[in-house]
Design a protein around this ligand. Structure first.
Ligand SMILES: NC(=O)c1ccc[n+]([C@@H]2O[C@H](COP(=O)([O-])OP(=O)(O)OC[C@H]3O[C@@H](n4cnc5c(N)ncnc54)[C@H](OP(=O)(O)O)[C@@H]3O)[C@@H](O)[C@H]2O)c1
Length: 406
């Protein structure tokens, strides 16, 4: 198959590296807004069936032209381009896979009644994609991605599902930096500044950002971590697709509290805005247009450059609790990886790996006709067992532990 990876950042670089080794890939194009990083990545991977391309995910016409003849586009740019990329895929007749949704597509805030979640705007295209005999696999990273697969795995073992809690932990330090994001800082700021979507008592709610502090006991070596609610994709889809009476669902991540506070205050000041504003320079007596969020991200290191500097481990997983044969039952399903080991083996940190490898598992299952569904759907609609069986194909660790006290 001919595959295009769109985006050559922390995640796209890893996905392209693994796809280049896949027997299902005959041709691989790495496309990004700027040609030099795409070219550098192709050179680093060093295989003959790879090419680099300059392509702007904001331009549907250019993408439609570039996608012609491609079998699948793996979207690893910022989620604000998802709908445009999907439009171009339909026009060019190309299958699609992504790892994130655009969380700002709806504008509800804490206390609002939630009519529709942002990801439903992508899911609404289901009929259109089916009409075109095309597949759009949404949210195929680590979280969302593996976490959705784990949710289905647990739900399938239960007669009734009470709660599904997604927990993302990391105990790492980053050499030379007090704070750095290991993936798109733009996306991190987005999900922390938004009022967090959750599903409590069978209703969607918006919580204030970085609320719900708790200490979650991740397995060693990550260990106990303080986690907070942030806005995330799983809460957009799991309540719609899991069934079995699911009552509560939320997402929490370990974050430095001061970062959450900084983003919360920054939002009040307008510093998290992604739209350009005129800024007058007192030094040069000129006015330029700059998005305040771009200033914030420009002050942080580039995530893909952090690979050798991260020390510690990441653990991401899903608690699924409910009832089986009249008795309480539950598990924590997770993936866990050491950043240091991952760098030694692959030259990337573990967040790149655990996010960038699942798209390869998904793509290969699609290429081998193990995933044949058409339309637009999240991972939890599929049978999780074959997906989990394929995780070792790409060295993705999987673990589970019982979670319910007798
Ligand atoms: N599901 C998960 O577990 C998970 C976890 C982490 C991240 N993600 C998602 O993965 C995606 C990639 O994240 P990342 O950490 O790799 O981000 P990143 O390191 O910032 O890389 C983003 C890449 O997209 C390119 N890009 C940005 N705007 C573009 C445009 N208009 N046209 C073409 N290319 C463009 C960037 O190019 P420049 O260098 O020119 O800006 C860069 O190569 C994001 O959507 C993120 O939300 C998912």
């Amino acid at each position: 198959m001919k595959v295009m990876v769109l985006g050559a950042g922390a995640i796209g670089s890893l996905t392209a590296t693994l796809l280049a080794r896949s027997e299902q890939v005959d041709e691989l194009v790495v496309a990004s807004r700027r040609l030099p990083p795409a070219r550098a990545l192709v050179k680093k991977i060093g295989k003959k069936h790879l090419t680099a391309k300059q392509l702007d995910a904001d331009k549907v016409g250019d993408m439609t032209k570039a996608f012609k003849g491609v079998d699948m586009v793996v979207n690893l740019v910022l989620p604000r381009f998802n709908l445009k990329i999907m439009d171009a895929c339909v026009r060019a007749g190309v299958h699609y896979l992504d790892t994130a949704t655009d969380l700002v597509l709806t504008e509800d805030k804490k206390g609002d009644r939630i009519e529709r979640t942002p990801e439903q705007i992508q899911l609404d295209r289901d009929d259109l994609w089916k009409d075109h005999d095309l597949t759009a696999m949404l949210g195929w990273g680590c979280d969302p991605g593996l976490t959705n697969v784990f949710a289905r795995l647990g739900a399938d073992r239960l007669d009734r599902v009470d709660e599904i809690l997604v927990r993302d932990g990391d105990n790492s330090t980053i050499e030379g930096y007090e704070f750095a994001s290991l993936w798109s800082a733009d996306t991190l700021i987005e999900e922390v500044q938004m009022d967090a979507l959750a599903y409590y008592d069978r209703r969607f709610v918006r919580l204030g950002t970085a609320e719900g502090e708790e200490v979650f006991p991740f397995p060693d070596p990550v260990g106990p971590q303080t986690v907070y609610n942030v806005d995330h994709e799983e809460s957009n889809t799991l309540p719609l697709f899991i069934g079995k009476g699911l009552r509560n669902q939320d997402f929490k991540i370990s974050l430095p509290k001061e970062f959450a506070e900084f983003v919360r205050i920054g939002k009040k000041w307008g510093m998290t805005r992604a739209e350009p504003i005129p800024v007058r320079s007192k030094f040069y007596n000129t006015t330029v247009k700059v998005a305040p969020r771009d200033v914030m991200t420009a002050l942080l290191p580039v995530p893909v450059d952090m690979a050798s500097k991260v020390h510690g481990s990441t653990c991401v997983g899903t608690v699924v609790k409910g009832e089986k044969n009249g008795k309480p039952a539950g598990w924590f399903f997770y993936t866990m990886m050491s950043h240091d080991d991952c760098y030694q083996k692959y030259g990337y940190h573990a967040v790149s790996y655990t996010t960038g490898a699942p798209p390869v598992v998904g793509f290969e299952m699609f290429a081998r006709h193990e995933i044949t569904r058409r339309g637009v759907f999240p991972p939890e609609v599929l049978d999780p067992v074959p997906i989990v069986k394929h995780l070792p194909d790409w060295d993705l660790p999987y673990g589970e532990r019982p979670e319910v006290a007798a």
